[in-house]
Design a protein around this ligand. Structure first.
Ligand code: GLN
Length: 198
């Protein structure tokens, strides 16, 4: 049975958690901000927002959230955008606190200093059926990471025309290098809600 109103947490330590919360609420989810380990209780899923992954990792360490978040990801859905995707990864090719629960290697700020922000239209077959005509997703990149590789159970969901991976999934774990929460396209969030309900 589909739960009509999943309860979704948004990690609210730093970054654009308010945009995620607004989009999830519009989609009918019950949304809770998460700053403490006990606030993970009762959630069907959790969003890790964009922001600064080093700051999010440092604050998560200070708040005692690293192990509880890893445990949460063993059975529950987690969606990381941009900095959140970095935080999910097992390898960011430098030393910073990571959850390390998703078999992706990322390179931070991979798109160069001049082009700190850009957007592209990308087809995402996994989202087919979520919008009439299945238009491409407008992917907004803001000092975005590159998903350099996926391994193990992780698979690529979308890539740029040159093959660079920009979205990946591993079971109920979802990562996008870009920010659907600010483009107004809610298909990734609806896809995530289905994962959280499954
Ligand atoms: N550049 C940031 C980082 O490396 C991510 C940027 C973002 O989340 N928009 O953590």
């Amino acid at each position: 049975m589909m739960n009509p109103s999943p309860t979704i947490g948004v990690l609210a330590l730093q970054g654009d958690f308010a945009e995620h919360a607004a989009m999830l609420a519009r989609l009918g989810a019950t949304v809770r901000e998460v700053r403490l380990p006990e606030e993970l209780e009762g959630l069907d899923g959790l969003v890790l927002p964009g922001g600064e992954s080093t700051t999010i990792g440092k604050l998560a360490t200070d708040y005692g959230l690293i192990e509880p978040l890893r445990q949460f990801g063993q059975s529950k859905a987690i969606y990381g955008t941009c900095a959140g995707a970095i935080f999910l990864s097992k390898d960011a090719e430098r030393s910073q606190p990571l959850l390390g629960i998703m078999d992706i290697t990322v390179e931070r700020n991979a798109y160069g200093r001049q082009v700190e922000s850009f957007d592209v239209q990308v087809p995402v077959p996994a989202l087919n059926g979520l919008a009439a005509g299945d238009p491409p997703v407008r992917a907004v990149f803001i000092r975005a990471p590159l998903i350099k590789s996926v391994s193990g159970e992780a698979t690529s969901l979308a890539s740029l025309p040159d093959g660079r991976i920009i979205a990946a999934q591993q079971g109920k774990l979802l990562a996008t290098a870009f920010h659907p929460e600010i483009s107004g396209d809610d298909r990734f969030h609806r896809y995530f809600l289905k994962l959280a309900e499954s």
